[in-house]
Write a protein that binds this ligand. Structure first.
Ligand SMILES: [Cu+2]
Length: 471
């Protein structure tokens, strides 16, 4: 039914147009052709003027009306240090191109009015005019130079890499269909090396775990990620499969992730998520409910999040690369960062594919030293001087000779005994060689200067080596 009505309307409009055409032809005949053309030109001229006025007013009005949806104006202020520079470049460019735009539109339609057809009027041709050509070459050249130099300055400022003595944090963003994996350097502040040949189902990034720098790295394959406010961030950007683009629109950060070619971007967030939200709160459009189906629910400003997007159409799951970025004050960031686990410790260490299997790592040695010291102190200070197990002391096979890695724990014990000179211990070992093993441990300690009067062999234990402490 609807399509029938539409079809009838189209036919009727066509008939009306044909009739108008006929009326025009008839008036031409009555008035004479020349008079009809003069009338026609006059009306075309007037309508041109009216059009340019309506058009320019609409341009200005719509720009004003939509300004809150444009970056750099109203609520979409930049959230990074360099963002202001980029926004300013857009403003300067808009200023110059805006002047040219308005002037050329006015000239175009004014000329159509002014030089409308009149009987006997002929066109004037200017085949060559040095002065005119100089002006219309010099002015655009000057404006272009100003814009290009300004742009180059901004580019050099925005794209400058960090200098080694600067205080910054480096993270790594790896793109793949369809997600970003963010890697943090961990407490050592350094990101471990990687090699695509090491990629496995567990080690998706191909991290080289023989590199000590990688042992404390934190890997976040999904969910929110955090960055501190007012800290320079250098992002290493990597793609595993196709072109992606690391885009943090509110921070004016946008850089291609290119397979086989690491890129980077340096930026400094200047406003926290919480502060950005309270800025948005000032605008009525952000005080509407975030979910239209739930008018009493949270407002748009309350639900606002900074986002990491992929700005390259990288496949059909492209949209799902979105991740939420939280900017928080440094102290809040430190708390969050401390709570993150090292990828190596939680996923790789001691499991199949661990390249350091059977080796004790420096970090583990120092961690064990701290822990052993604390356990020993607690045992000494407890009311009924307790027992300490030497979990990391072992023997080669069924023998009484110490395994190579046992020395770390025994050295910790030497330190502990030196810290508490009044304490003496009874050493118990297990197995058929229990007595010989206890003697080996005691010899190790006396060789390192612990008085023999503080050490004695205890009864055989059920498993492993342990100490009974007496004060
Ligand atoms: Cu992508």
């Amino acid at each position: 039914m609807t399509s029938l009505i539409v079809l009838l309307c189209v036919i009727l409009v066509s008939i009306v147009l044909v009739q108008i055409g006929k009326v025009y032809e008839l008036t031409t005949v009555i008035k004479g052709e020349e008079a009809a053309m003069r009338d026609n030109s006059k009306w075309n001229g007037r309508l041109s003027l009216a059009f340019v006025v309506v058009f320019l007013v609409s341009v200005v009005w719509s720009a004003y009306d939509y300004k809150n949806l444009m970056y750099g104006y109203g609520p979409l202020q930049s959230a990074s240090e360099h963002g202001k520079t980029l926004d300013d470049i857009f403003d300067v460019t808009l200023f110059f191109t805006g002047i040219v735009f308005v002037l050329t539109q006015i000239a175009l339609f004014w000329f159509a009015y002014k030089y409308q057809w009149k009987p006997g009027r002929t066109a004037k041709f200017i085949p060559h005019d040095h002065r005119l050509e100089m002006w219309w070459t010099a002015i655009p050249a000057f404006v272009m130079t100003v814009l290009v130099i300004g742009g180059l300055n901004a580019w050099n400022e925005v794209m400058a890499d960090v200098s080694p003595d600067e205080d910054y944090m480096e993270i790594e963003a790896t793109a793949q269909q369809f997600g970003w994996t963010i890697r943090y350097p961990g407490p050592d502040g350094k990101i471990g090396t990687r090699n695509y040949k090491l990629t496995t189902a567990t080690n998706q990034l191909g991290i080289d775990f023989t590199d000590p720098k990688s042992w404390d790295d934190v890997v976040l394959p999904g969910g929110e990620f955090f960055l501190p406010k007012d800290k320079k961030i250098r992002v290493r950007i990597i793609a595993k499969d196709v072109l992606h683009n690391f885009d943090l629109p509110q921070f004016r950060v946008k850089m291609d992730a290119v397979p086989g070619m690491p890129t980077y971007f340096v930026f400094k967030p200047t406003i926290t998520t919480a502060d950005f939200r309270s800025e948005l709160r000032k605008y009525p459009e952000y005080n509407e409910p975030a979910d239209k189906a739930d008018p009493t629910g949270p407002k748009r400003w309350e639900k606002f999040e900074f986002e990491l997007a992929c700005a390259e159409l990288c496949g059909k799951g492209h949209y799902s690369m979105r991740r939420v970025l939280k900017i928080v004050p440094q102290d809040e960031f430190d708390v969050w960062y401390k709570g993150q686990k090292s990828f190596y410790d939680s996923e790789v260490r001691g499991k199949e594919g661990d390249p350091n299997m059977g080796k004790v790592l420096d970090a583990e040695i120092s961690k064990r030293a701290t822990e052993f010291g604390e356990t020993f102190k607690a045992a000494v200070e407890s009311a009924d001087a307790g027992t300490v197990s030497l979990a990391n002391v072992a023997f080669d096979g069924e023998t009484a000779s110490l395994s190579a890695d046992s020395k770390y724990e025994l050295d910790n014990l030497v330190t502990a005994l030196n810290t508490f000179p009044a304490v003496s211990v009874a050493v118990s070992a297990s197995g058929s060689e229990a007595a010989a093993r206890a003697a080996t441990v005691i010899k190790y300690l006396t060789d390192r200067g612990i008085g023999a009067d503080r050490l004695k062999a205890g009864a055989a234990s059920e498993s492993g080596v342990s100490l009974k402490i007496s004060r």
